[in-house]
Write a protein that binds this ligand. Structure first.
Ligand code: FAD
Length: 433
């Protein structure tokens, strides 16, 4: 019976190596170049980062989620989950290990739907970590409901001409190319009338109007671009997949991206829990250690319980993806992980901050940024509410309405049925049945 929770010793060795490597070699990059992981490497950073990537390749941990034909190891999602929960501690670690968002999702769809020429032009340098990419789907007036998108692509001779606005296109300012979703046929349902395009960043008409930042960042110095696509001309072969296939492609991309975020969130929440426990054992007040106060013990126990449940669920979902090789089949569980993720990180980071007192709330500890990140997770890749709707709809598919007036589990009817079934044994029973 194959149902166990052990990691093969050989892969565990790799994970142990990764754990030490991230703490010792990669986390210093977060402190020195915290917001530059998506910027092309300058000479100094290249000297530091390239040897680290080389080391990861030597350990056979580069882009583990991809098959060998794409330069990865073909380890699949479960092994990636175990690795990602280590990498989630650090902003730079996913880059150093070749599995950072949004590039993993973008790489996956080019691998899956791209032509040989598209794969050579975009995928190869993306997988080698030489370039970054951007996924440009959300529009200023609509995000959660993609059927409302207006950006339009029209055929003109042998070219497509793209016009419209996109919002929160992450890393557009450092990306070499953008994957743009546009309406190609307004006459049919949006599910069949939108297409994806591979657009080189330097194409005339791709105008980054503002680099929107997250709360706390300086205006116009963020990473989430408002882009005006104005008469952007791309050749016919810039179409990714078939015409009208944008929704299908988006599902492939977002399914993987969401579960990868969940995997990394385990690592970040574990880091907050580690800090909470260390502080509880280090700080004394009102006659005892914080670790001896029941409120603090409650924080620790609640955090462990939340994290352990979340972790097992994410690992299970990763296992399902490997087993079925079909994101759609695992959609309910990916959406469930997406729903739970912000709350788990928020709650654990908040308790860890509280236990650290004023220091916890300061900019000398990472809790505020974790709490902020948790809020952002409830919106990016689709808001929590929408994913709850997906979970509920998928669950409801397995149920049917009752035929009569009473619920199937209505006790009087069940009791009557039980009595009828066991009548021969009940002949001599007296009592209140
Ligand atoms: C950090 C970050 C990075 C992002 N990166 C990218 C990117 O790279 N590329 C890209 O294209 N987009 C990106 N996005 C955009 C993201 O996909 C959208 O923000 C998201 O889909 C929600 O769209 P919206 O912001 O327009 O909110 P809206 O669609 O306006 O929704 C606003 C709120 O309304 C509520 N709501 C919406 N729909 C429903 C519903 N059906 N039922 C109940 N309540 C509902 C929710 O509370 C929701 O938060 C990013 C967002 C963030 C925060």
């Amino acid at each position: 019976m194959a149902w166990d929770f052990e990691t093969e010793p050989e892969y565990q060795k790799k994970l142990d190596w990764a754990d030490e490597f991230v703490r010792e070699e990669v986390e210093p990059l977060d402190l020195l170049w915290g917001h530059e992981q998506y910027a092309p490497l300058d000479e100094t950073r290249r000297k530091v980062v390239e040897p680290l990537k080389e080391e990861v390749r030597r350990q056979e941990l580069w882009a583990t989620h991809l098959g060998p034909e794409l330069g990865g190891q073909g380890y699949g999602q479960l092994k990636l989950a175990l690795l990602n929960e280590i990498l989630g501690r650090s902003q730079w670690a996913p880059i150093v290990f070749g599995c950072q968002a949004p590039d993993t999702g973008n790489a996956e769809i080019i691998a899956h739907y791209g032509t040989a020429a598209q794969r050579e032009r975009y995928l190869t340098p993306l997988l080698q970590g030489e370039i970054f990419s951007c996924y440009s789907m959300t529009e200023p007036h609509a995000g959660a409901d993609p059927t409302l998108f207006k950006t339009r692509a029209v055929r003109d001779g042998g070219e497509w001409v793209i016009n419209g606005w996109k919002f929160f296109s992450s890393n557009a300012k450092t990306a070499s190319f953008l994957i743009v979703m546009a309406v190609t046929n307004p006459e049919v349902s949006p599910y069949k009338g939108m297409s994806m395009f591979l657009v080189p960043a330097e194409t005339p008409g791709v105008d980054i109007v503002r680099n929107v930042g997250l709360g706390g960042e300086r205006l116009n110095e963020g990473s989430h671009a408002l882009i005006h696509y104005e008469d952007v001309r791309v050749p016919e072969d810039a179409l990714l997949g078939g015409e009208g296939q944008a929704f299908v492609i988006a599902q492939t991309r977002l399914g993987g991206g969401r579960i990868h975020h969940a995997m990394r969130t385990i690592g970040l929440a574990q880091k907050a829990l580690d800090m909470m426990c260390e502080r509880a054992l280090s700080r004394e007040t009102a006659g005892s250690l914080l670790a001896d106060k029941q409120f603090v013990q409650g924080y620790i126990a609640d955090s462990y319980a939340q994290l352990a449940q979340f972790r097992l669920f994410v690992l299970y979902t990763a296992w399902e993806i490997d087993k079925y090789q079909d994101y759609n089949r695992v959609r309910k569980d990916i959406a469930t992980a997406k729903v739970v993720m912000p709350t788990v990180l928020h709650d654990i980071a908040w308790r860890a901050m509280q236990v650290h007192g004023a220091l916890g709330a300061s900019n000398e500890m990472p809790f505020m940024s974790m709490i902020h990140g948790a809020g952002v997770m409830g919106i990016a890749d689709g808001p929590t509410e929408v994913h709850k709707v997906t979970v509920a709809r998928q669950l409801l598919r397995d149920y049917r309405a009752t035929e009569g007036m009473w619920p199937t589990e209505w006790i009087p009817a069940r009791l009557e049925a039980a009595k009828a079934k066991l009548a021969e044994y009940l002949e001599h029973e007296v009592g209140n049945l």
